[in-house]
Design a protein around this ligand. Sequence first.
Ligand code: 5RP
Length: 237
Amino acid sequence: MSSLLNADAKAEQDRLKRAAAEAAVTLVEDGMVVGLGTGSTAAFALEALAARIAKGLRVSGVPTSEATAALARRLGVPLTDFAAHRRLDLAIDGADEVERGTLNLIKGLGGALLYEKIVAAASRRFVVIADATKLVDRLGERAPLPVEIVPFGLEPTLDRLADAGLAPLLRRIAGSGEPFRTDGGHAIADCRTGPIANPAALDRQLRAMVGVVDSGLFIGMAAEAFVGTAQGVQCLT
Ligand code: 5RP
């Protein structure tokens, strides 16, 4: 019974993710170079983009992960890279938490935070897509904060994060138990911060730490968020 309920809840969440993704993909115009996000919501956006390409839209995309690149190839979405395009017109990506009011984000539960941040930073417009469960009053309320770290000196870096009160947990691959590696070859420490009073200050503190590559805090980057709710898709700015 409860697994049926869970399946229904998941189907509803997917419906809202898809609706948000489809709304964001209407922003894509002919000739654009688009940043392609990572995760299940971003996958719905790729499907919507592929459907428009099949009808004649001409675009190319810069993927934020190997997984997204593989899905884009399967769906027939042409890919390009930063060597060909230093600036992107638009990036569309999911998030783990979206803070109401600021649109600051936590990203990286899918393990692609660094490439996602590079793509978002290179885009003229960065649009977030999410279902309503991702909306929070304070970042860190529910999701852990992923922090990408260099494998060399992993232990002292984890100690540094622990000393800062961030309760880091090294991400491991389910099943094998091996440390997870990002596409860039880094490790991830999932930090249990609790509600974050000053996300910008924490992001600065983390990025100044030896051994830290980047944090999953995306501060002031999102121009708007398309959020799928039971009442329809809301565009937050
Ligand atoms: C990957 C991400 C994803 O965008 C984030 O985890 C959201 O994923 P989903 O849409 O599957 O909930 O940041 O690094």
